[in-house]
Each structure stands twice: as C-alpha cells, then as structure tokens.
Design a binder for this molecule. Structure first.
Ligand SMILES: [Fe+2]
Length: 293
C-alpha cells in the first residue's frame, strides 16, 4: 500500500508539456484561486478519534490525538515539493480532545463532522474550532466549499443527530437546511475541477445497510456524481484499509482511519498530488499493529 500511485517526475513533465491544458496553465496568473502551474499536494485524514486511548498492539503510537499529530509529523518529513498545502479531515474528530493540541498543527485544516460529532454539544465545539469554514452565529453552516489553485473543494455533511451510523443529507443537526440544493449547485458550478469529501460513504450496490448513506440518499448522490463528474471523492467512517471505487468517471476513495482499523489493519493517511490534468494519491502508513509486524 506504500507504493505511490504517482508517475515519476519525468513522466509527469512529459504529459503536462504535451497538453493544451498544460500550455494554458503557463499563462495563468499566480494567485490562490488560479490553477497551479506545478503540481500541488493535499492530505486526507479520516477518523482521528482523538479522545480514544491507546489500542492493544498499537500502544507505541499513543492515544488518538497523538496518532493524529503523528500524521503531521510524517508530513514534515516529506520532501519539500511534496509538502501538502492543507489537510482535509473526514470526520469523527472528537473536538474536545483535539482543542488543547490544535496550536501544534501548523497546516491549515478543513474538517467535516462525523457521527461522533452528532450532538449539539460536540457539533457546536467543532464549529467553534473552525469558524473560517463553519461560520458563526446565524451564519453557521455544516457544509461549505472553497477554491484552491483552481480546484473547488466541497465539504459535505452527511452525519446527522444522535450519532446515527447511517448517512443522510438532511437532519435537524445539519445547518442550514437545504444541503441537497446547495450540493447540486456546487457540483454544477463553473469550476472545471472538483473534489468532494464527507464522513459516511454512499452504498454503491443499492442495498440498505448500516455504515453507509441510506438507500435513497445513496441513489440521489450517485446519480448526481455520475452527471456532474467531480474528479475525486473522499470518505471515512468505515475503518477499513483504503478502498478505491469508481462512480461513473469519478474516483471515490474510502480512506483508512489514522487511529484504528478493523482486524488491526495499519493506520495512516492519504497524500494527494494534483497535477495539471489529473489527481493521484498514495498512502502514508503511520502505524502497524504488533501482530502484523
Ligand atoms: Fe464514523
């Protein structure tokens, strides 16, 4: 799983130089919203579960928040050109346990709520820690979008009230009402490149079960993705080794947890490279259970 899904630099340069899109990039002005001339990187981290204690066989990596911070330590060890611009955090964060350590993380974070942020109290804490994305007061929102180097990043909230493990886009805890209309508009927006992330993944096989979006939410979401073709989707929640799926032309990734995974599978995060004409990722494994070493 450590194998990079990236081509080497020479291959990348050859593809970029040969494309019309690559040539147009050279003319683009350098600003935060303008398409990047060079590849840039971002990280995706799932299910930090910061408040949880050390896990059997993984005591060496510490508790939940220590394993989350370990991800950022590993990023600092990456070559300069692979340093991510920011990290997406796909829910189940435990904001009360992260708050005392937040100043140790210098990388910008963009987070969404998980089912572990399924009460007024935990959702409120999460919103208060990231007001630049979630807003405040009457303007509070659990879903948002931003543009970085020409790519639209769409943060979706599918974790409702009461810690429900089944995902849905409407809940009395998801503010404001109207997320489906908003998401249709976002995915049909003018930006040619889009990335979406949320906590609970869609069910791809049209079967209603626990741990995925409900059947009707899944049907609506999959159809919207097929029509609008965002480039990549990222989800957490499953605590499985990272899985890759395709939804029409879109690559959809269920990301392993950086805290614990079922069957003592290794923990880690994703590093995504955004090239001029495609996105690629590799996994960075941050811990392996003693029985797997
Ligand atoms: Fe979850």
């Amino acid at each position: 799983m450590e194998a990079f899904h990236f081509p080497n630099r020479r291959q990348f340069m050859g593809i970029a130089a040969g494309s019309a899109l690559g040539a147009s990039m050279l003319l683009a002005e350098a600003s935060d919203d303008a398409p990047a001339r060079e590849p840039f990187y971002f990280a995706v981290i799932a299910d930090p579960h910061c408040a949880e204690g050390p896990k059997a066989g993984m005591e060496a990596y510490g508790n939940g928040v220590e394993k989350f911070l370990r991800c950022f330590d590993r990023m600092k060890e990456l070559p300069k050109e692979e340093q991510p611009d920011f990290a997406l955090v796909a829910g189940d964060i435990h904001p009360e346990a992260l708050a005392p350590h937040l100043d140790k993380i210098t990388l910008p974070l963009h987070v969404v709520a998980g089912n572990h942020e399924g009460s007024e109290e935990t959702r409120g804490r999460l919103r208060a820690m990231f007001p630049q994305d979630f807003g405040s007061g009457d303007g509070v929102r659990d879903y948002y979008a931003f543009t970085h180097k020409g790519v639209r990043f769409i943060a979706v909230c599918d974790a409702g009230a009461g810690g429900d493990h089944i995902g849905h886009f409407s809940s009395e805890l998801i503010e404001p009402h109207g997320q489906c209309d908003w998401l249709e508009k976002e995915l049909r927006g003018p930006e040619p490149r889009k990335v979406l992330f949320a906590h609970i993944p869609p069910a791809l096989d049209d079967v209603e079960r626990n741990m995925y979006m409900g059947r009707n939410d899944s049907r609506w979401f999959l159809e919207l993705v097929r029509q609008t073709k965002p480039e990549m989707l990222f989800f957490g929640h499953l605590h499985h080794p990272t899985e890759e799926n395709r939804i029409g032309d879109t690559q959809s990734i269920n990301v392993r947890s950086c805290c614990w995974n079922f069957k003592n599978e290794p923990i880690g995060f994703l590093l995504v490279r955004v090239c001029v004409n495609r996105m690629e990722f590799r996994e960075v494994i941050t811990g392996t259970c003693a029985d797997k070493q």
